[in-house]
Write a protein that binds this ligand. Structure first.
Ligand SMILES: Nc1ncnc2c1ncn2[C@@H]1O[C@H](COP(=O)(O)OP(=O)(O)OP(=O)(O)O)[C@@H](O)[C@H]1O
Ligand SMILES: [Mg+2]
Length: 586
C-alpha cells in the first residue's frame, strides 16, 4: 500500500517538483508559510455558520430564547468580518510571495538561457523560448500559489465542515465522508488524461509567439513578397490547433466536476433519508439535522471547485517540470572545474586534427590542421557551405569540437575559461546584430572604462567619423531594434568599431564585405584593413581581391583543407582550385 502511494506520488512528480521549488521559496519562507496557514481559518470559518445553526434552531426556534436571537446574528457578522480580513491578507501575501518567486525564477532562467551554447539557439525557436522561459514561470509560480491557496482554503473548509457533520451525528458523518472520498477519486485521474495534450499545447503556444516574432523581424520580406496571406493562414492554423487542444483539455477535465457533483448527490440523498430516520427515532434534534444538512450542502461548493483547481494545480506542476528540465539542462560548453584564465594570445593558434559535425554522422569539418602564428593573417576561401564559418566559430567555442583540439598559446581552449577565451577574440560577423539603443551603446557594449580618446580612435579607424559627424545626435543617435535605422555598410562599420574597442589580439572576420556594394565595400575594406593591423586574423572572404595580401590563404572545400599557401604560391599552379577561383572572379 505504502509503495503504491509512493509510486503514485513519484508518478505525479510531486516530491521532485516540490524540492525543485524549495530554493526559490526559501528566502520568503516565513511569508509563504503564513500565506498557507491563513487559509486554515479562512476555510474553517465556513463551518461556523453551519455549526451555529444547531443552537439557533434548537434554542431560538424551539426554546424561543431571546438572548440567543440577539447574540447569534452578531456572531455571524463578527465571523464574516474576520474571515474577510483573513481572506484579504491571504490574497495579499500570496501575490507577494508568488510574484517574488516568479521574479527570481525568471531571472535565474534568463541567466541560464543567455549562457546556452549556439546549438541550443539553433534548435529552439524564439517563440518556444518566450513561452518556456516566461509564460511557464507565471503558470508555475504565481498560478500555482494562487491555486494552492484556493485548494487549501477549500480543503480546510471541507475538513471543518466534516467536523460539523461529526459533531451533529457520527453515523451520518461516516456516510457523508465515504461518499466524499469516492467523489474525490476522479481527481487522481486528471494527470494521466492531460499529459500529452498539455505537451502539445506548449509547443503550439510557442509557435504562436514565433509567428509574432517573425512578423516583426521579417516585415520587409513579408511586404516585398506579399506574404500576408501565407502568414495569416499559418497563424490561423496555429490558433485552430490551440483551440482544438484547449477544447480537448476541457472535454477531459470539465467532466470531473459534474461527476463529483453527481456522486455527492447520492450522499445527500442518503443522508436525508437516514437523517429523517434518526429524527423520527429521536436520535437527532431537528436543529442538529438542519445544521448537518447545511454543512453538507456547503461542502458541495468547495468539493465542486476542487476539481477545477486541482486541474490548474496539475498544469502548474507540469509547467514546473518543464522549467526543471530547463534548469537541469547541461550546457555543453562550460568551464572545466580547474579552468584557468587565458590572459592573452601572444604566440599562436593551432588546430590539431579538428573534426566537427552539427548533426551526427554528417561531418562538416574533417581533420583540420593549422598553425597560425601571432600577428599572421590567414584567409579562408572556398565554395559555399565548405565549412569556413564553422572552422572559425570553433575558435571562440561557439560549438564544441567533435574530434581533435584547438590550442591557443599551447593551451587547449577547453582548459581555459570560456569568458577569458572570448575576451581575447573579436568576431565581426557577416550580418552583425545591433541592439536597440544608440550607436554609442552598440560600440561600447556596456563597457564603462573606455576613454573618449579610445572611442574617437575606434570611430576613426572604423571609418565612421564622417557618418557620425553628419548626425545631429552624433554617437547618441538611436538606431532602432536590430539596428534597422542604419545602412548595411554603417552596420558593418559599427561592428568593426566594436572590435576596435574590444581590442582583442585575435580577430575573426567573416565575409564582412560580401553583402555590400562597391562603394561601401571600399570604406568597410579600409576599416577592416585598419582592424587587421598588429593582430592575428582569421578572415573569410568570397572576394579574393581582399585576401591577396594574407600570409596564408587556405582553400576549404567540403570540410577539408584542399590547398594552403600565399597568393603567389597558389597562383603559380594554374591547375589549383585557387587559380580557378581567382580566374573566374577576374
Ligand atoms: N547551425 C548549423 N546546424 C546544422 N548545420 C549547419 C549549421 N551551420 C552550418 N551548417 C552546415 O554546415 C556546412 C558548413 O557550413 P558553413 O557555414 O561553415 O559554410 P561556409 O564555408 O561558411 O559557407 P559560406 O561560404 O556559404 O558562408 C553547410 O553544409 C551547412 O549547411
Ligand atoms: Mg560562411
Amino acid at each position: 500500500m505504502f509503495n503504491k502511494i509512493k509510486n503514485k506520488l513519484q508518478e505525479m512528480k510531486f516530491a521532485q517538483n516540490y524540492t525543485m521549488m524549495l530554493p526559490y521559496i526559501r528566502p520568503y519562507w516565513k511569508r509563504a508559510i503564513l500565506a498557507v496557514v491563513i487559509t486554515i481559518p479562512v476555510g474553517a470559518m465556513d463551518a461556523v455558520i453551519a455549526w451555529i445553526l444547531k443552537p439557533y434552531m434548537d434554542v431560538v426556534m424551539i426554546e424561543k430564547s431571546t438572548s440567543a436571537s440577539m447574540f447569534l446574528p452578531f456572531l455571524i457578522i463578527l465571523f464574516s468580518l474576520t474571515q474577510s480580513l483573513f481572506s484579504y491578507l491571504s490574497t495579499y501575501l500570496n501575490t507577494w510571495v508568488g510574484t517574488k518567486i516568479t521574479m527570481d525564477l525568471k531571472g535565474r532562467l534568463f541567466k541560464k538561457m543567455l549562457r546556452n551554447e549556439a546549438s541550443f539557439f539553433d534548435t529552439w525557436n524564439s517563440g518556444d523560448i518566450q513561452f518556456r522561459f516566461n509564460s511557464d514561470v507565471d503558470l508555475a509560480c504565481a498560478g500555482l500559489l494562487n491555486n494552492l491557496k484556493m485548494f487549501f482554503t477549500r480543503f480546510f473548509s471541507s475538513i471543518s465542515l466534516v467536523c460539523v457533520l461529526f459533531i451533529n451525528s457520527w453515523e451520518l458523518a461516516i456516510v457523508a465522508t465515504v461518499i466524499l472520498i469516492i467523489a474525490l477519486f476522479p481527481l487522481s485521474l486528471i494527470r494521466k488524461k492531460i499529459d500529452s495534450l498539455v505537451t502539445a499545447q506548449t509547443f503550439s503556444a510557442g509557435d504562436l509567439y514565433t509567428h509574432y516574432n517573425e512578423a516583426h523581424a521579417g516585415n520587409r520580406v513579408i511586404a516585398s513578397y506579399n506574404l500576408y496571406k501565407i502568414l495569416q493562414t499559418k497563424f490561423q492554423s496555429t490558433l485552430r490547433t490551440l483551440f482544438k487542444l484547449g477544447m480537448k483539455l476541457v472535454q477531459k477535465t470539465a467532466l470531473i466536476s459534474p461527476v463529483m457533483h453527481f456522486i455527492i448527490s447520492f450522499g445527500i440523498a442518503g443522508v436525508i433519508w437516514y437523517g429523517s430516520h434518526l429524527i423520527i427515532t429521536d436520535k437527532l434534534t431537528p436543529g442538529g439535522f438542519v445544521s448537518f444538512i447545511t454543512a453538507l450542502l456547503m461542502l458541495y461548493t468547495p468539493i465542486k471547485s476542487m476539481g477545477k483547481i486541482f486541474t490548474s494545480v496539475q498544469l502548474s506542476f507540469m509547467a514546473m517540470e518543464r522549467i526543471s528540465a530547463l534548469i537541469n539542462r547541461k550546457n555543453v560548453i562550460q568551464d572545466k572545474k580547474d579552468a584557468k584564465k587565458l590572459e592573452t594570445i601572444a604566440k599562436n593558434i593551432e588546430y590539431r586534427g579538428v573534426s566537427f559535425e552539427y548533426i551526427a554522422n554528417k561531418p562538416v569539418l574533417k581533420n583540420i590542421n593549422l598553425d597560425i602564428k601571432a600577428g599572421e593573417t590567414y584567409a579562408f576561401v572556398g565554395g559555399s557551405g565548405g565549412g569556413k564559418t564553422t572552422l572559425a566559430n570553433l575558435l571562440p567555442r561557439f560549438y564544441e569540437i567533435y574530434n581533435g583540439s584547438i590550442l591557443v598559446d599551447g593551451n587547449d581552449i577547453k582548459d581555459v575559461t570560456v569568458d577569458s577565451l572570448r575576451d581575447n577574440i573579436a568576431v565581426v560577423f557577416q550580418d552583425n546584430f545591433l541592439f536597440a539603443g544608440t550607436i554609442r551603446d552598440n560600440i561600447l557594449l556596456g563597457r564603462v572604462d573606455v576613454s573618449q580618446e579610445e572611442i574617437e580612435n575606434a570611430i576613426e579607424n572604423a571609418c565612421l567619423k564622417d557618418f557620425i559627424a553628419s548626425l545631429s545626435d552624433g554617437l547618441d543617435t538611436e538606431i532602432g531594434e536590430r539596428g534597422v535605422l542604419v545602412s548595411g555598410g554603417q552596420r558593418q562599420r559599427i561592428a568593426i568599431a566594436r572590435a576596435f574597442i574590444k581590442n582583442a589580439p585575435v580577430v575573426i572576420l567573416d565575409e564582412a564585405t560580401s553583402s555590400l556594394d562597391n562603394k561601401s565595400e571600399k570604406v568597410v575594406q579600409q576599416a577592416i584593413n585598419n582592424l587587421m593591423k598588429d593582430r592575428t586574423v582569421l578572415i573569410i572572404a568570397h572576394r579574393l581581391s581582399t585576401v591577396k595580401n594574407a600570409d596564408k590563404i587556405v582553400v576549404v572545400n567540403e570540410g577539408e583543407i584542399k590547398e594552403m599557401g600565399t597568393h603567389e604560391e597558389l597562383i603559380a599552379n594554374p591547375e589549383s582550385l585557387y587559380s580557378t577561383l581567382y580566374k573566374t572572379q577576374l
